[in-house]
Design a protein around this ligand. Structure first.
Ligand SMILES: [Zn+2]
Length: 88
């Protein structure tokens, strides 16, 4: 039995696991940001996920608003035509 080889084989997945834990995409739980839009001036507002459901103020027009806990996905405005809307 080659102990060194066993250690090596064990170290590789352990190292991969550590790297995964360090760089995994979901690791941003603390700094997760939600995005909403000001109902008055339509300014995009980013806020920390842990502030969802609380009140906030639009940084642009100072409009008081409630930060939604489950913000609806914003419509992409990057040249994509929306389906189902007729253009006049
Ligand atoms: Zn505003």
């Amino acid at each position: 039995m080659n102990i060194g080889l066993l250690l090596l084989l064990g170290a590789v997945p352990a190292g991969v696991l550590i790297v995964y834990l360090l760089v995994r995409p979901g690791a941003a739980a603390v700094g997760a940001l939600h995005l909403t839009r000001c109902p008055r001036c339509e300014q995009k507002i980013r806020y920390a996920a842990n502030r969802a459901g609380r009140s906030g103020i639009c940084p642009q027009c100072k409009y008081p608003l409630t930060l939604p806990s489950a913000p609806p996905p914003l419509e992409p405005r990057t040249g994509r035509k929306s389906i189902g809307l007729r253009r006049k």
